[in-house]
Each structure stands twice: as C-alpha cells, then as structure tokens.
Design a protein around this ligand. Structure first.
Ligand code: SF4
Length: 495
C-alpha cells in the first residue's frame, strides 16, 4: 500500500476521503484562498521552527524519487548529523517525512511542527504514524514532540523563537495510539484494494471534524441531494436527534414531524421554514431603536492575523485592524462617510487608532454588527496605545449592537434560515445589497479582505492600486448595509 502521513490522517478522518483522493480526485473541491493562505503560513512557520534546531540540513523534496530522499536521510544519520529537516523514511509503502529529526547517541527524537496554537488530536495521529514507521524500521525513538505557536507570546523589538514556539512532549499519547495502527492500516488497505467501488460511508460529524472535508460538496449535495438549508441546520450534526431523523430518511426541514421533540428555538426555526412566515416583534424593536440617538456612527473593522507577529506588541493570531469604514447617519437623514486603510508593510494600528479617535467623538452612539468583535479590537488597541485609551474605551461604552434584534428573534424571516448572521439577515431584509456585493470587484467578503491586505506589499503598483480601491469599496458597503438594515427596522415599526 502506498500511503503518506497526510493520507493516513485523511483516512483517520474518513476512509472514503482517502479513497476519493486516490481514485476520484475530480470530485474534490479545490482549496480556496483562505486555505491556500493557511498552507503558506504552515510553510513559513515550518521554516522558522527549523531555526530552533540549528545547523541541520534539509532533505530536498523530490516527489518523483522518494527513495533518494530516504537514502540521503540515511547517509546524514550515518554521518552523525544532529538535525535533519524533512527526514524521510518508508516502511512497506508508508512514507513519512519528519519535520525535524534529532539524532542523539541514545536514539531519535521526532519534532512535528504545526502553525496552530495548540496540540490537536489529529496531530497525535500524524506523529503516531511517524513513530510507527521508525519503530518498524527498528530505530529507537526516545521522544515524540509537537512544536506549535504560543499565542500568549507578545513580540518585542526582536522575534524570540524560543518564546514564539512551544514544544510539547507527546510521547505517551502517540505511544498509546500504536496498538491500533496495524488494524487501521489493514482497514485502509482493504478500501484501497477495491478501485472500482467507492467505500459506502455515511455522512456525519466527521465531515467537518477535524477539518471540513474537501468531498463535502460531492457526498452531501451531489450524492445525497442535501439542501443548503436542511435538517442538519436545525439539529447539531452527530446529535442523537439528527442521527435518528436521518435514519428515518428525513432531510428536508418540511419533513420534520410537527410533534417531534424539539427545543423552542428549533421549533421556531422549523415553523418559520414550513410556514414561510415572517415574525416581527414591533414593540421590542421599538425599544431597541429607542436606545439609539443621532448621530449614529456605523462602524466596521477589517482585520488580519499573523502566525508570526511582524511588529512589536503583537501576539500570534491577534486580530490586527488595518481598515475601517464609518457611515455617520444624522437625524435629518443625511449621511457622511469616513474611512481608513493602512499602508502596507507597516504596522497599521497606530495610524488607524489616531484616525478612529479623530473621526468618532466620545459621546456618540456607535453601531456595529456583532459588536463583541469591534469592542475586542478597540480594547486591544487601548492596551497598546495609552494616549488613545480613554477615547477607545468611551467608544466601547457607547457601542450598540445592530445584531441584537435579530439575535433576540424580534425579527425573523424564512430567508434568515434560523441565523442572525449579517450574511443571512442582509439579503433577507435588503435584497438589493446582495447584488451590490456581487458587483464588487475582487473583494467581496471579509475573508477576501483579510487575505488581500497582507499581499499588498508584493503586488505591482497597478495591482496594489486596484486592490486598495476594492478594499475601500468593500468595507464601505459593509457599513452602508448597516444603514440599510437600520432603515428597515425603522420602516417595519412605523405605525
Ligand atoms: S464528506 Fe464526509 S463522508 Fe464524504 S468523504 Fe468527506 S468525511 Fe467522508
């Protein structure tokens, strides 16, 4: 059997995913920009982590000749090299590349580098197959470790790799997994031996955990015709009730029996869908509107994260705001717009904060959609820039959440599909905005913006100019959408 460690972990999630990857790749969804950015981060972190283990040599990846990689690994081990990056081993067709192998007189140490900020269960399987192969090849392995990012690290003027990374000894955990590996490999081999017949494996919570499977479109939509909004959106995937309904062949929300035991929220979602009815609690919406006073400052931040913080005072994966849009709505209906977009290649936070506190007075109502995010960003800025602390904290004190009436179910439409996310609320309440987003050039959602900003520095002058315009247009539309949603709330409560 030919199996790499990444295919092994794929098969741990679902053997059908392994089979499809080997024999029917065409049905898999290609990685999107966010996934590609994650791979890129993985590479950067991997290279950086090697510096924790200095003076090693890297086995160059040659996909058409893995045996050559095995040979060079063996040669360097025989020569007594202490650290080998991408050390390569094959045992009965199972190929493993060890991120960092430490060769000591007492035995080998395995280091698996991950760009995440904790040790996840799937990483243990990843390391366990490396340990299995090395042991089967009769090497003595004295420790197995995961090297991951420590999100508590705060960068000083220099990057401190010993603080950025955490090394966790997982020897006991991966040892415990060894006993199951032969049976698992046997099971995977049986599936792979039958090239003609796809494994008959049901959908379930494993389709999303630990990763969203790239065969979901195929297994869920194409093979089983599961609608976009289905019974799976009402009941937690993998829950007793979800499994029971699925076994009864119930997938569409319309087919869920009225007397099926459900929580009040589940019942409401089902009824809204069945009746295609809209529910509006005018009194509660009016009370919410009464908490707002003009002028109203509609605020939205765009942020990005860095696994390896580039600037002083930033932690790994901290939300770094680089842009905001502000629509200022006055009592007489006039609207002003202000915005900020940071320069690329420099820490945008100081200039953004300076501009923000200039644009927002300390005594006005600030409206955000899902304000915990904007508040969290402001609180972090207040920690970093003492001179603006009071202004930022005042903005937070005056902040109201436009999501509140939807979260509280004061306004529910069938198109919201039981969600209060702006993604569902906006097209339901203000359909014209959906087209406005579709007509945007290049940046159409928060992920696009988050991926585009860090790339600005490597763009040509023209590409950079176009991307900056696209970023500004996108963020501007986000706060304009808030103005429209608020307008709709006022309209439906007008007696
Ligand atoms: S979508 Fe689910 S059932 Fe299909 S291959 Fe992936 S994990 Fe397996």
């Amino acid at each position: 059997m030919n199996l790499s460690k990444s295919l092994y972990t794929k098969a741990i999630q679902c053997p059908k995913a392994l089979w499809l990857k080997k024999y029917n790749k065409e049905v898999l969804t290609p990685p999107d920009a966010t996934a590609l950015a994650r791979f890129e981060t993985g590479n950067v972190v991997g290279e950086l982590a090697c510096k924790l283990f200095p003076n090693g040599k890297e086995v160059i990846f040659t996909p058409d000749d893995f045996n050559a990689m095995v040979e060079i690994t063996k040669k360097w081990m025989d020569e007594g090299l202490e650290y080998i990056y991408e050390a390569t081993f094959i045992y009965e067709g199972i190929l493993v590349l060890v991120d960092v192998l430490k060769v000591t007189p007492d035995g080998l140490e395995i280091y698996e580098v991950k760009s995440s900020s904790s040790v996840k269960d799937i990483y243990l399987h990843d390391v366990s197959i490396q340990l299995y192969v090395l042991r089967e090849l009769e090497y003595s392995v004295i420790s197995s470790n995961v090297v991951h990012i420590d999100s508590k690290y705060v960068r000083g003027s220099e990057l401190d790799l010993n603080e950025l990374f955490k090394i966790v000894d997982v020897s006991d955990e991966v040892d415990a997994l060894q006993v199951d590996i032969p049976a698992k490999l046997e099971e995977f081999e049986i599936y792979l031996a039958d090239k003609e017949n796809e494994p008959n494996i049901e959908i379930g919570s494993h389709c999303n955990k630990p990763y969203e499977c790239d065969a979901k479109e195929y297994c869920w939509k194409i093979q089983r015709d599961i609608p976009e909004y289905s019974m799976f959106n009402i009941f937690n995937i993998g829950s007793k009730k979800q499994i029971e309904l699925y076994e009864r062949g119930i997938v569409k929300i319309e087919d869920i029996p009225d007397d099926y035991p459900m929580t009040a929220i589940q019942k409401q979602k089902v009824q809204n869908c069945k009746n295609q009815s809209t529910f509006i609690d005018k009194e509660s919406i009016k009370k919410f509107l009464a908490t707002l006073s003009y002028p109203i400052y509609h605020l939205d931040f765009e942020t990005f994260q860095q696994a390896v913080p580039e600037w002083r005072g930033i932690s790994p994966y901290q939300q770094i705001p680089f842009q905001y849009s502000l629509h200022i709505e006055h009592l007489d209906g006039t609207i002003e717009h202000k915005e900020f977009l940071g320069e690329d290649g420099v820490d945008p936070r100081y200039e953004l904060t300076k501009s923000l506190v200039k644009d927002i007075p300390t005594d006005v109502i600030v409206l955000a959609y899902n304000m915990s995010f904007e508040k969290g960003v402001n609180a972090k800025l207040a920690e970093s820039f003492f001179e603006f602390k009071n202004n930022l904290l005042s903005i937070n004190e005056n902040m109201k959440d436009l999501m509140f009436p939807f979260q509280k179910k004061y306004y529910v439409t069938p198109e919201m599909k039981g969600s209060y996310s702006i993604k569902y609320v906006l097209p339901s309440l203000v359909p014209k905005m959906e087209d406005a987003y579709k007509n945007l050039n290049g940046i159409q959602n928060g992920s696009d913006a988050m991926n585009a900003f860090p790339k600005l520095s490597s763009m040509s002058v023209e590409e950079k100019r176009e991307t900056r315009v696209a970023l500004l247009e996108y963020c501007k539309l986000d706060t304009l959408a808030m103005v429209e949603v608020l307008k709709k709330l006022k309209e439906v409560t007008d007696d």
